[in-house]
Structures are given as structure tokens and as C-alpha cells.
Design a protein. Structure first.
Length: 279
């Protein structure tokens, strides 16, 4: 039987695995399904329709599945609700709002680490193995790939996409898509490849090809479509194909390039010349 604290409130519609722990003053409202090994430490508020997978840990004041912060959304229509995967760490004050539409739930994948007071708005889709630092914010309808890092107090505007292994530095914000494997810091523009993230992901062998593609698209002054065609013709690499496919699919346009040598002197142009070491 689930371990439910006497001060917790659990709706009769909820379905809890036998080893779920529900701590003091938690509230589970409506059709909520919680998988094995999940722990609600205390004062967590869950509202269905909501599914939580296995081995998630939710800290005090986390709220998942509440109504969207959208004037157009009908609070009495839950839409597709919220879907959370497995192995996620959801820290104090995190908020994840349910979908405002019927097409798909607001979705969080597996093994993500959401630090205190980070926010995932309605209709977002977040992949797996991501890290959101304190107070990182996603606007509605954003799409975030796997292994993405959001720095503290950063913001992503509604409908933006962040590609796999991209990184947004602390206190920065984007209003256009951020391609996979790229990072933004200081300039609010793409400044470099996310080399550390690529190495940690075991993708070192692709760095040379990605550098060449990055150089063609961002640093040569070649019109975007022509640059993408050149990349597709000249570079045979699966991660480069992912990079160009992401850009071609962008509806908002992608974030522009801005050199940041003042703050990062090791990112001078010669660093991106073909054949350089990986650093």
C-alpha cells in the first residue's frame, strides 16, 4: 500500500503504485496516476489529468498540472493534461502547467533535474536528461530537446525551440529558436558550439564536422539557405544533419550569431578553423 501521511489529501480518482510515498500536506486532485518509487516529500500539489512515471522525487511547493496562465484557456477544460516521465528530480517551487489544448499533454521526459522555482508553461514538450537551473522559465508551447541546459534566471519565449545539447546561459533570454549543439551567453546570440556538453555526451568524434558546419552557417556571411545547402553537400555527419534539419524546420527563425571574444578570448575565429584540436 502507498505510504500516505495523515495530513495529505488524495482524490479517490488517483491511482498510486504500492510503494509511492505521499508526505505531509500534499494534495492530489483528480485523475492522477503515479508510478512505483515516486516520492512526494511534502506540500506538493498535483492536479489531473496527470501521469507520473517511476522514481520521481518532488520537493515541497512543487505544483504540477494546474491551469495554464493563459487568458484564453478555459480552466474547466483540462485538455490532455500533463505527462511526466521517470527518474526526474523536481525541486522546491517548480511549476509545470497542464496543456491548454487537446492535441497533446504538457510533457516532461526522463531523468531531468529542475531546480528551485523553474517553470514549464502549458503545452511545452521537454525531452530527457535536461537541467534547468533556479528560476529558468519556459513560455507556452516551447519544445526542448534532450540534454539541454538552461542557466539560472533565463527565459525562453513562447513557441521557441531549443535543439538537443544546446545551452542557454544564466540571465539570458531567447525569442527565436536555438539550434542543437549551440550555446548562448553574454550576447543574447549564438556564440559557440556547446563543446563541453558534446564531450560529456560522448560525441567528441562529431565536433570537427560540427565546427565546419557552424563556421559555414554562422561565420562566413553566406545567406542562410545557401549555407545550409553547402553544409548538406559538403559535410556527411549525422549530427550535422540534425543541426541543419532543425534550422530548416524553424518557423520563428533561429538565433543570430554574436562574437563574444571580450568575455571568452578562447573563442577567437581561429578556434573554429577546420583541423584545429578539440581544445
Amino acid at each position: 500500500m502507498p505510504q500516505i501521511h495523515r495530513t495529505a489529501t488524495v482524490d479517490e480518482q488517483a491511482q498510486l503504485a504500492d510503494d509511492v510515498v505521499v508526505g505531509p500536506q500534499c494534495v492530489i486532485e483528480g485523475p492522477v496516476t503515479i508510478g512505483p518509487g515516486t516520492k512526494l516529500i511534502a506540500q506538493v500539489y498535483l492536479k489531473g489529468p496527470l501521469t507520473l512515471g517511476e522514481n520521481n522525487t518532488l520537493y515541497p511547493f512543487a505544483t504540477i498540472g494546474l491551469e495554464p496562465q493563459d487568458w484564453k484557456a478555459d480552466p474547466d477544460k483540462p485538455g490532455r493534461g500533463t505527462a511526466i516521465g521517470s527518474g526526474n528530480m523536481i525541486r522546491e517551487g517548480v511549476s509545470i502547467h497542464r496543456s491548454s489544448r487537446d492535441e497533446r499533454p504538457t510533457t516532461l521526459g526522463d531523468r531531468n533535474y529542475l531546480m528551485a522555482y523553474s517553470h514549464v508553461a502549458h503545452d511545452c514538450v521537454v525531452g530527457s536528461d535536461c537541467m534547468f537551473a533556479n528560476s529558468a522559465l519556459l513560455g507556452g508551447h516551447c519544445e526542448v530537446g534532450d540534454r539541454v541546459i538552461l542557466g539560472g534566471n533565463c527565459g525562453v519565449q513562447q513557441f521557441c525551440r531549443m535543439g538537443r545539447l544546446s545551452m542557454l546561459g544564466g540571465c539570458e533570454g531567447i525569442t527565436a529558436d536555438l539550434p542543437p549543439f549551440c550555446m548562448i551567453h553574454h550576447t543574447k546570440q549564438v556564440s559557440a558550439l556547446n563543446l563541453i556538453g558534446l564531450r560529456r555526451a560522448g560525441l567528441r568524434k562529431h565536433i570537427g564536422a560540427l565546427r565546419e558546419a557552424f563556421n559555414l552557417y554562422y561565420r562566413r556571411g553566406i545567406p542562410g539557405t545557401k549555407a545550409l545547402d553547402m553544409i548538406d553537400d559538403q559535410i556527411d555527419d549525422e549530427l550535422v544533419t540534425e543541426f541543419t534539419a532543425f534550422i530548416r524546420a524553424s518557423e520563428r527563425g533561429v538565433t543570430g550569431y554574436g562574437e563574444s571574444f571580450k568575455h571568452r578570448p578562447w573563442l577567437k575565429p581561429e578556434f573554429y578553423q577546420q583541423g584545429n584540436s578539440e581544445g
